[in-house]
Design a protein around this ligand. Structure first.
Ligand SMILES: [Zn+2]
Length: 321
């Protein structure tokens, strides 16, 4: 076997994290969290009046250390796309200090940003794929997950450019895609774009599915091979009923559990260094409140291991590995 081919195979078997390639077991994985979600424009303009990096660093380390020590969480995927202020240097420092491996993402949020106008998704996909093979902005950190998003406005002309570019990058890289879906008919529109360029539904997580109340719709996506991401429990513990039903029907191999927690978030709230940080739920809300509720409803440890360990290992290893 040629050195090139051996190198390619080794790369396929590994999962890129901010502290280096992981060759072994990733342990318990939370597949959709964030260290910091922020407007880079406002951070640049107003500095610490908007965002205090050292405060965010300390809080993220404290919360992730707690998650590792108290609940055995050893890996998280940071789902921050490149246009929500993704900062791989900060994420690397947090991973090193907390002892939790962090996999970073690339892709685009749902915002109809003006620069998307007139762009060829194929060329944007090449840029995303280049990050995945060569590293982010000159660093040796490679993304291990793709992210696209659509809000309640649905697939607008600009959103179509963003989602299509991520879909094409998924085909090029073999990485899994986390889809931020605001539901209704939105997930169907996203699936149409993804499948249209040849993305295998088995490589796609439809995130924020805890908000979907229609079990028939959820089952429809599972039957087509998609994985459903149940997160954002802080607003939606009623989703436990729907999740238990899906476990009971035998879908554990296509379910994903996480929190979607951010140590810093400037969306939907006024950020001040004191008031913007942390909603009090941390990265342990799932383990403290949701898992006990599932266990009390008869979901056993084997099923939870499938969701928190086996499914992430499969999804984080590029297709073909
Ligand atoms: Zn998120």
């Amino acid at each position: 076997m040629s050195d090139d081919r051996q190198g390619q195979m080794r790369q396929q078997m590994t999962v890129p994290t901010v502290i280096g390639e992981s060759h072994g077991d990733l342990g318990t994985v939370l597949m959709h969290e964030h260290v910091a979600v922020r407007s880079l424009t406002m951070c640049t303009a107003f500095g610490k009046a908007w965002y205090d990096e050292e405060q965010v660093f300390r809080l993220a380390v404290q919360r992730l250390t707690e998650a590792r020590v108290d609940h055995g969480i050893t890996t998280i995927v940071d789902g921050t796309p490149l246009d929500l202020g993704r900062d791989v240097d900060l994420i690397r420092r947090v991973a090193e200090a907390s002892g939790v491996r962090i996999v970073v993402s690339t892709g685009f949020y749902y915002s109809d940003e003006a620069w998307l106008g007139g762009k060829d998704p194929a060329r944007l996909a090449e840029l995303l794929a280049q990050e995945c093979s060569e590293g982010i902005a000159g660093s040796d950190v490679r993304p291990g997950m793709l992210k696209c998003a659509t809000n309640t406005a649905g697939i607008t002309d600009l959103n179509r450019v963003a989602v299509t570019s991520v879909a094409r990058a998924a085909v090029m890289t073999g990485l899994a895609v986390f889809v931020h879906s605001s539901h209704g008919g939105v997930a169907e529109g996203q699936a149409e774009i993804l499948e249209g360029v040849g993305v295998d539904p088995a490589r796609v997580i439809i995130g924020h599915s805890a908000a979907v109340q229609d079990l028939t719709s959820l089952r429809g996506f599972l039957e087509r091979g998609y994985t459903l991401g149940f997160d954002r429990w802080r607003v939606n513990l009623q989703a436990v009923d729907r999740l238990v039903a899906l476990f009971d029907e035998g879908w554990a191999g296509q379910l994903m559990l996480s929190n979607d927690h951010c140590a810093y978030l400037d969306l939907g709230r006024w950020p001040t260094p004191e008031g913007s940080l942390d909603d009090g739920n941390g990265y342990t809300h799932l383990h403290r409140l949701v898992l006990p509720a599932l266990r009390s409803r008869g979901i056993d440890d084997a099923a939870l291991r499938t969701v928190l360990h086996d499914n992430p290992q499969r999804l984080l290893r590029p297709a073909g590995a």
